[in-house]
Design a protein around this ligand. Sequence first.
Ligand code: ZN
Length: 83
Amino acid sequence: MPMYDYRAKDPDHACPACREGFEMMRRLDEPPLTACPECGAPIVKIISAPALGRSKSKLDDRAKSAGFHKLKRVDKGAFEKLY
Ligand SMILES: [Zn+2]
């Protein structure tokens, strides 16, 4: 079952749970949550992006260890392989 991150649309009118954001397990056939189960405030689904906010070198390391190669665009239609 996929985990979804939800957070209150308006943190000023939210309970502690949805103000900070919370994870919710949802079945695929269930409609996405639109309101906090605790306080009923409108919530939005957050796309989890753990790589965001980390340093660029760390992201490179992760990509490298995952077997990706980083390509730098050096010319129109040409790419230089950085590693
Ligand atoms: Zn709430």
